[in-house]
Design a protein around this ligand. Sequence first.
Ligand SMILES: [Ca+2]
Ligand SMILES: [Ca+2]
Length: 550
Amino acid sequence: MWLCGALLLATGTVRCADAPATDTRAVPALIRPSPLPPHWQHGVFMEIFVRAWRDSDGDGIGDLRGLTQSLDYLQDLGIRGIWLMPITGNADGDHGYASTHFRDVAAEYGTLADFDELLAQAHRRGIGVVMDYVINHAAATHPMFQSALRGPGQPFHDWFVWSDTAPPGWEIWGQYPWYHAASEPWLFRGLLKELPAAPAGARGFYFGTFGPHMPDFNFANPAVVAYHCDSLRFWLNRGLDGYRLDAVPHLVETDAVEWNDQPQSRALTKKLQDLIKLYPQRYVVCEATAKPQDYGDPAVCGGAFAFGQVHHYVQAALGKAESVQKVAAYYRSASPTMATFVSNHDIFAGRRLWDQVGGDARRYKLAAAGYLLQPGTPFVYYGEEVGQAGVASLKGDLPLRAPMSWTPDPRTGGFTTGTPFREVAPNVATHNALLQQQDPDSIFHFYKAMIGLRQSLPSIARGSYAGAFAQGLVAGWQRRLDAEHTVTLINYGTETETVTVRDLPSRARLRSAWPQRAAVLRADRRGRLRITLPAQQLRVLVVQRAPTAR
Ligand SMILES: [Ca+2]
Ligand SMILES: [Ca+2]
């Protein structure tokens, strides 16, 4: 048995770094205490595209060492967790979701030793690291699939999903998902950076939910499930703090019509969650776009991105009353294991926040406040904290994935000393980490303040959610944790509004946590507070005990 984790512990060195992508040796669990503080997963996360974050060696591509060098910046902002988009070997040369290796770092990002150093330095700062795990499929150029393509009986053939003839009736997002194995590799043109070799002996059709360049694994084969469980443990044994599990409703497809979100996919997701949470303090969040709340349930994934809800944070800031109601109502029923955000690396989830609000800094801050001050786990998309815009001249998802704007340098944005792999954001001159950190009224300092409220007032991070209301363009809610009781009010509108907060303790005093220097307020005898909110302003109030009756 291959005891990669045990060797790591015994010698402090890495013995498994050079294993080929077809290495399927077992990885037993090596469980050690977590170095992170309790409740770290209720802090604010940042989604980081390593390729675009910071380049340490001047080749124009972001890397793990660059990320390690930027940890002080993340700590200063108050970030408690980072989600790394795939860092394993990949065939796409961009997002990394076309995996060519499940147990090694992509060469352009660094080495396993760099990964271990990143973990050590992040943990030293109280920051947890979770990473994408792309379980549904491999890249078509993965050596396992290249072997499988050679035909039945070849190694790994039954690790993928095959049919002798083209199965009728299938359609996934407007595409027929079965691909003729013997077809010329023109199928892959533009999808992978290198075309796979034309297979000899290939026959039949293989299944690819996301296209011919990403063949789906066959989870009816226990060896496939075991392999991915071992691969998950490979990283957990090194100290990884959890996973963002990619596209889990698409794990198992047995039906041409009901292919999405089948019971087998949920059951497998639960199995993965259990495996990960066998390790202390680990966090799991799933990408499940159709029914995210079902996947947020502890009986399935135990955490899920709040697709469907998240655009209401932006629409509320744009003055849409229906969305203000949705913001107030969501956590009346949603589990606090949901993960919120206002944009991510996929264009279907929305453009960069800067573009969604047309560069209006006040609306930008209101959109951010909504999700940063609600329950769940908020995920800031890298660059969002400095107001980075998308690159409108690029196509598809690429406008979202430009190099991080560190400085006003118009060519590099301070991202690299070389030539960046992609052009920098159009507003890099004004919206970059350097200038934003120097301006106390900046988007950066607003994010830092909101994240700071979440840290200094634990009820905001993980308290109960009650008293939620929407009145016109004002939303409000109350949070309680132990003796702490807070009230959050957001006036999304461009007019001054007066609202009444109810169900407070009789004659309670309310200290203002935001804005910091506002006067203390007082509820009436019946526990009501009448309060006037200036246009586009938010208040966070801490309820204090009523003065003792004389
Ligand atoms: Ca680099
Ligand atoms: Ca699948």
